[in-house]
Design a protein around this ligand. Structure first.
Ligand SMILES: C[S@@+](CC[C@H](N)C(=O)[O-])C[C@H]1O[C@@H](n2cnc3c(N)ncnc32)[C@H](O)[C@@H]1O
Length: 406
């Protein structure tokens, strides 16, 4: 009987550029061998084990199931609902929904550095490119979760289809975008609800067309939808506006799901509360970079374009942490007495998004900045999730004992 990390070490599994979906199958199987969805992962998991350690094991499925998860955020015991985590990144959304009592039964993320962080924290490797994953290989779930990249929909593609005399379904309009992959999973798996997260600009993107297509597609798929732009500053000292779209199956909820976005608490957070006490001098800007940023800002100010960098008031909140923060860190600078300003450390970025300090960061600083900049404000997602889950539990509760999903 071994722990998760002991087995991983024994099998000599590493998350690097040679990683294939074998380990994703294996970790998904380990996390789901008792909850009725193991058939989705077991055959490939066993094959993977046999291929990698054939000579060592007689009964790989029995021998290699971890008896204990020695990762910070293991699967919940006695979960109340199942969800899937698409465009999973480092699992900010998973973290929030696990906290709400959910069990993740499938994750997908194609970036290996993000997979590394995800695996270190949750003990599961996400599957890769969602565009290559058939919806038939995704287990049943109550809630689909996705913070997906925003892309325009091609009108040209649609009119060409019309010109060819083919009637285009609502899905055709989204073809070739990552939203299409969400839509096809919704169409096939019909989860009771979903939550999608995106940048605020999704609403105005492509003169509003992108959002209109998304809304119409979700409605045509049989969901009643709710959406709102929410600001992370109610939960963390960061200005971060994101649109959240929530949907419920109309044939189950009859459009009376009683869902409301949460009341946003009055912001009380200050950036000084998330700063580390001891910070390495490597985070202090060099004279060259600091001079450049000041000159650049002065030039733009003269043109009336506002400031180029964001010097943070320690008693206030920061600008939005973006995935580009690793470039020069100019959007969030921390003033220092007698020194050039510094950028945030990756741990401070994690805190700025509401991740707890036991969240493992094993990647380089640059990857860390990208990952937290791409991620979500966890407590905001959890506040929305709490409302969504209430509606799901009202439906799941009577069947709960039968659907034990350990
Ligand atoms: C905005 S981020 C979502 C981050 C996530 N919500 C989190 O908490 O970390 C979008 C993610 O989608 C991933 N992605 C983009 N295209 C993908 C694809 N075709 N298949 C799987 N993942 C993809 C990116 O690597 C990125 O990590």
């Amino acid at each position: 009987m071994k722990t998760y990390n002991e087995i991983k070490e024994h099998l000599n599994i590493k998350i690097d550029k040679h990683l294939n979906d074998g380990f994703a199958h294996l970790t998904h199987y380990w996390q789901n061998h008792k909850n009725g969805v193991s058939q989705y992962f077991k055959p490939n998991a066993i094959e993977y084990l046999q291929e990698s350690i054939l000579s060592l094991v007689e009964e790989p499925d029995q021998l290699y199931i971890p008896y204990k998860y020695d990762v910070p955020f293991p699967p919940k015991l006695n979960p109340k609902f199942k969800f899937i985590d698409l465009f999973a990144g480092i699992g900010g959304i998973r973290f929030a929904y696990q906290n709400l009592g959910g069990k993740c039964v499938f994750s997908s993320e194609w970036n290996n550095f993000a997979k590394k962080t995800y695996e270190a924290n949750f003990g599961e490797v996400p599957f890769g490119d969602i565009t290559k994953i058939s919806e038939e290989n995704i287990p049943d779930h109550d809630i689909l979760l996705a913070g997906f990249p925003c892309q325009p929909f091609s009108i040209a593609g649609v009119s060409k289809k019309n010109a060819l005399g083919r009637s285009h379904g609502f899905l055709d309009e989204t073809q070739g975008t990552l939203f299409f992959d969400i839509a096809r999973v919704l169409k096939f798996k019909k989860p009771k609800a979903f939550m999608l997260e995106n940048v605020k600009n999704l609403v105005s993107h492509d003169k509003g067309k992108t959002f209109k297509v998304i809304k119409n597609t979700l409605i045509a798929l049989g969901y009643s939808i709710h959406f709102q732009v929410l600001n992370g500053k109610s939960f963390v000292p960061q200005h971060r506006e994101r649109i959240i779209i929530v949907g419920f199956r109309t044939d189950i909820f009859n459009e009376s799901e009683n869902f409301k976005f949460p009341q946003m608490p009055e912001p009380t957070f200050k950036i000084k509360d998330i700063l580390e006490n001891e910070v390495d001098s490597k985070y202090t800007l060099s004279d060259k970079l600091w001079n450049y940023l000041q000159e650049y800002a002065a030039k733009h100010k003269a043109k009336g374009n506002g400031f180029g960098f964001g010097m943070t008031d320690l008693n206030g909140i920061s600008r939005t942490l973006s995935a580009r923060y690793y470039k020069d860190g100019s959007e969030i600078l921390i003033p220092q007495d007698g020194l050039n300003p510094r950028r945030l450390t990756p741990r401070e970025c994690a805190r700025l998004q509401g991740f707890p300090d036991n969240f493992i960061i094993q990647v380089s600083d640059n990857q860390g900045y990208r990952q937290f900049g791409n991620s979500v404000t966890v407590p905001l997602i959890q506040a929305v999730g709490k409302e969504l889950v209430k509606s799901i539990l009202a439906i799941n509760e009577p069947r709960k004992s039968k659907e034990a999903v350990n």
